[in-house]
Design a binder for this molecule. Sequence first.
Ligand code: SF4
Ligand code: SF4
Length: 164
Amino acid sequence: MLPLNGIPTPEDIAAVMPTEERLSKGPVAITECFQNIPCDPCYHSCKRGAIKAFTDINERPQIDFDKCNGCGSCMSRCPGLAIFVVDATYSDSEALVKIPYEFLPLPRVNQIVTAVNRAGEELGNAKVVKVQNTKAQDKTALVWLAVPKNLMMESRHFLVKEVR
Ligand code: SF4
Ligand code: SF4
């Protein structure tokens, strides 16, 4: 339960998920932001107007999944690292999950890491496909992971076992 251990419930997660139909159309953002807090940079960062306007800054964000193209711009603006992008169309067997990441060293492209779930439990191997770390992102990198499709809604962080 989130207030006690920081882990959202299945009901929390279900409430913010896009439909299967939307997932089948390509990358889309998911805001796993489950508490009412005074915060709205995600709204201001989305140039497509896909994050609905807040009437109260304490509201939780709501995404118009039809307007979102999964660009990920909002991810590095979120101080809670609570936004992820999932692309279920990456390949027949794998999905892409974009993960906000503020640890060093950054992983390398093609590196195999261990995907973990929201509770920090290991799920299995994942491959780093891309690392975005521009100046505009202000040290919140986006790491694109290719994961087996059945783990795309569970993979929300990763462990780097190899030390450079
Ligand atoms: S991923 Fe891009 S289009 Fe989607 S909500 Fe974030 S900034 Fe907007
Ligand atoms: S920026 Fe992040 S923490 Fe703040 S309201 Fe948006 S999703 Fe939640």
